[in-house]
Design a protein around this ligand. Structure first.
Ligand code: BGC
Length: 754
């Protein structure tokens, strides 16, 4: 159906709706539904988390799950894992799985993907997010959304915007320079809206320049609606709306929350009252209803095409094999001295596996990303299943994880409370009684003793969802549970030990990384994670992921802490009242987030952005860059402003240069290589990062084979955001094009002139 036709039908429907019916549609009428209007056959919008699969069912008004046996699902790799594949086709496939499963479970909206920038490694939700780099996010979020929305289900890209920490997430005000906003924090969302055509988007909890995001017009109206032309549905984060009038006047469409008093939500009865008293306008409500109906038409929830809406499916063998493919490519081989990996699986008589994470299942944790996985293959299970019954696999836990107190309440019920410090998560982290210490010592001694007697030892360490968790940041990036000591002692008695770090967020490996021969990084990568791990360890799959984020030595090294502000400073009483916030934070780190900071300020990192090894080797040759003079001339002729080209919508995606690079697989294994292209301008008249990712390609090559890759660079690849001109611009002059295997492993630098 054409947009005009939909709009005219929507206009007719709005005329028939009463004020009460309209208001019913724009707020939660259950924890995961908006209100329906039976009289006019308008259904409720049925939503579900989230980023790693479709969450279990909840009753209308309780955060204790229904407990059905039919809501187990395919556990998909987290967004960090998807990002580490640097593979757009796989992002699309992951989206297909999520969309089909969501639709198969009867959902209209799946509350993901989460694409906030990983500004601080402290952020408890980094595992749900993709990267510290806006370009990588933009490239992967689009196919992910396309995959989801194939099934007539809306993606809900979250959290718009600047929700970069969990500390005081509802009450932190973010002050940020316009350039950093445009260059770092918005591009992913802009791509999701303009290229991904996301049908819905979630407004964040935090404040932006003094206003709560869901009530803020500069973000939601000026940028999202007016500048980007977004006509999809804007849904609030659960409990992110505080004021009836402000929310009514803002472009927010649906208010959701965590409490059960649905009629008292800000956009419920209080709004009806306000309209009646002249404090809010019905035409603002009409706008919200219009967006919701438009989404319903597009998803074929209503209208003539409703009979053709896709039905979806869940827990299919195809879904399981797709999530395995994504998981396979998400592992990052950080180190592999002496070709320690892969291990041979032929005639292995015995093997030792150590580590709580070898056995732990993670799918049911993390906050709203939790799911009821149909199954989850742990590392230990994957390894045992791979080797089979002729190999004796011994397991030692190695470190002790303090259990959380069982609670009859859901964390989410309390998630908008102003003081969360007494939660089970935080209490479990703080526990270090004598008894716990004793247990840790015992487990460590046992593991170290065993390690001395085995040839092959696999030690699986890392974080779990007591640390990679919604609602709480980490205090530092040290491995918890005294794992450093365990790793050091195991390496001392068995230097060949293979270390697997399983986490969704950077951890410090500084104490032992130089002593280990092989370090393999595993994300929370779905139900098949253990099988993928085994396939990689024993060489059936060659690792091909690269880091979508830098791995600093310590938390204080990152730009946000070193030159910025984190986690914010207390507001004075007047400000607190005026803004309805607790703390404020100036992003003084500006554009210097992640590698942009480490590189510019010469801060060494454990492993750099884009790093990832393979069992085979790749040789790059014949690297060159071709400029498209016609595109540049056209841009200069028409959009030149003094000394810069204004990157108008009409030209910004025009391809200005093509980078060519031959890549040969010079090793013995089939493998995949990610060719990374960075752009820098070392004589820029503005402050710029040394270089920034602007292109990449993943090539698959049999041993001995070669291919010629070509990577396009649009005009935008040369841009920075000019605040005065309120536009992305490209300076004229020389640029450096870096072609490499990672940020730091640059094979060739080509210079071009624009
Ligand atoms: C989270 C959202 C989530 C929502 C619904 C909130 O706590 O921030 O990401 O979609 O809950 O569960």
């Amino acid at each position: 159906m054409k947009l005009e036709e939909m709009n005219s039908k929507i206009g007719e429907i709005i005329k028939k709706l009463t004020l009460e019916e309209k208001v019913k549609m724009i707020h939660g009428d259950a924890l995961f539904y908006s209100g329906d209007v039976e009289r006019l056959s308008i259904p409720a919008v049925n939503m579900s988390d989230g980023p790693m699969g479709v969450r279990q069912e909840f009753p209308k008004a309780s955060w204790l799950p229904v407990g059905n046996s039919d809501d187990f699902v395919t556990y998909c790799p987290s967004n960090s894992a998807i990002a580490a594949t640097w593979n757009k086709d796989l992002a699309y496939e992951a989206g297909i799985v999520m969309g089909q499963e969501a639709r198969g479970r009867g959902k209209d909206v799946i509350l993901g993907p989460g694409i906030n920038i990983k500004r601080v490694p402290a952020n408890g939700r980094n595992f749900e997010y993709m990267s510290e780099d806006p370009y990588l996010i933009s490239q992967l979020v689009v196919p992910l959304i396309n995959g989801i929305q194939e099934s007539d289900v809306a993606a809900c890209v979250k959290h718009f915007a600047l929700n970069n920490q969990e500390t005081e997430r509802l009450w932190v005000n973010v002050e940020i320079d316009e350039r950093a906003l445009r260059e770092i924090y918005l591009p992913g969302f802009e791509a999701a809206v303009k290229d991904g055509k996301t049908e819905s988007l979630m407004g964040a909890y935090n404040l932006f320049r003094g206003k709560h995001c869901c009530e803020d017009k500069s973000l939601l109206k000026d940028i999202l609606r007016d500048e980007w032309g977004y006509d999809g549905t804007i849904i609030s984060d659960w409990g992110a709306v505080h004021d009836t009038k402000a929310a009514a006047e803002s472009p927010l469409d649906i208010e959701m929350s965590v409490t059960y008093d649905f009629d008292d939500y800000k956009l419920a009865n209080p709004l009806i009252e306000a309209v009646k008293k002249g404090g809010a306008k019905e035409k603002d409500i009409d706008e919200k209803v219009r967006h919701i109906l438009l989404m319903m038409f597009r998803l074929k929830m209503i209208g003539a095409l409703a009979g053709e809406r896709k039905a979806g499916c869940y827990n299919t063998p195809e879904h399981r094999s797709k999530v395995k493919e994504v998981a396979d490519e998400s592992f990052v081989l950080l180190k592999n001295d002496d070709k320690r990996l892969p291990l041979s699986d032929k005639n292995v008589k015995e093997l030792l596996v150590i580590g709580d994470n070898a056995e732990r299942l993670h799918s049911s944790g993390g906050g709203s990303a939790e799911i009821k996985a149909l199954y989850e293959i742990s590392p230990l299970m994957g390894i045992k299943s791979h080797l089979g019954g002729n190999t004796k696999v011994t397991y030692k836990r190695g470190y002790y994880v303090s259990p959380k107190e069982e609670s009859q309440e859901s964390w989410q019920e309390k998630s908008t409370d102003e003081n969360l410090d007494q939660s089970a998560v935080v209490n479990a982290r703080k526990q270090v009684s004598d008894e716990i210490r004793k247990k840790r010592d015992e487990l460590r001694d046992e593991a170290v003793k065993a390690a001395a007697h085995f040839k092959d030892v696999i030690l699986v360490v890392g974080l779990n969802h007591d640390y990679d968790v919604e609602g709480f940041d980490r205090d530092d990036i040290t491995l918890p549970y005294e794992q450093d000591q365990l790793i050091e002692e195991v390496l001392k008695v068995n230097p060949d030990t293979v270390i697997v770090v399983m986490a969704g967020n950077a951890v410090s490996m500084g104490k032992w990384k130089d002593k280990a021969k092989a370090i393999l990084w595993q994300w929370y990568c779905g139900m098949e994670g253990g099988n993928s791990l085994a396939d990689i360890i024993f060489g059936k799959i060659n690792p091909s992921g690269k880091l979508p984020e830098s791995m600093p030595y310590k938390m204080e090294d990152c730009g946000a802490l070193a030159i910025g502000e984190y986690p914010g400073r207390p507001l004075n009483d007047e400000e607190k009242k005026r803004m309805n916030a607790h703390i404020t934070e100036e992003y003084k780190d500006g554009i210097y987030v992640g590698y942009r900071y480490y590189e510019k300020y010469n801060v060494p990192v454990q492993y750099c952005f884009g790093h990832g090894l393979s069992y085979t080797s790749f040789e790059y040759s014949n690297i060159s860059v071709d400029l498209d003079e016609t595109v540049i001339k056209n841009a200069k002729d028409k959009y030149f402003d003094g000394d810069e080209i204004i990157l108008d919508e009409k030209i910004k995606n025009d391809i200005a240069a093509n980078v060519f690079c031959s890549v040969k697989n010079t090793g013995e294994y089939f493998g995949k290589e990610i060719i990374e292209i960075y752009v820098g301008k070392n004589d820029s008249h503005v402050d710029r990062p040394i270089k920034e990712l602007k292109g990449f390609k993943k090539a698959a090559l049999e041993a001995g084979r070669e291919c010629r890759a070509s990577i396009e660079l649009p005009l935008m690849a040369f841009s920075y955001y000019n605040k005065e001109k309120r536009a992305f611009v490209a300076e004229t002059g020389k640029y450096q094009i870096y072609v490499g295997k990672s940020l730091q492993d640059i094979v060739k630098v080509c210079e071009i002139e624009i």
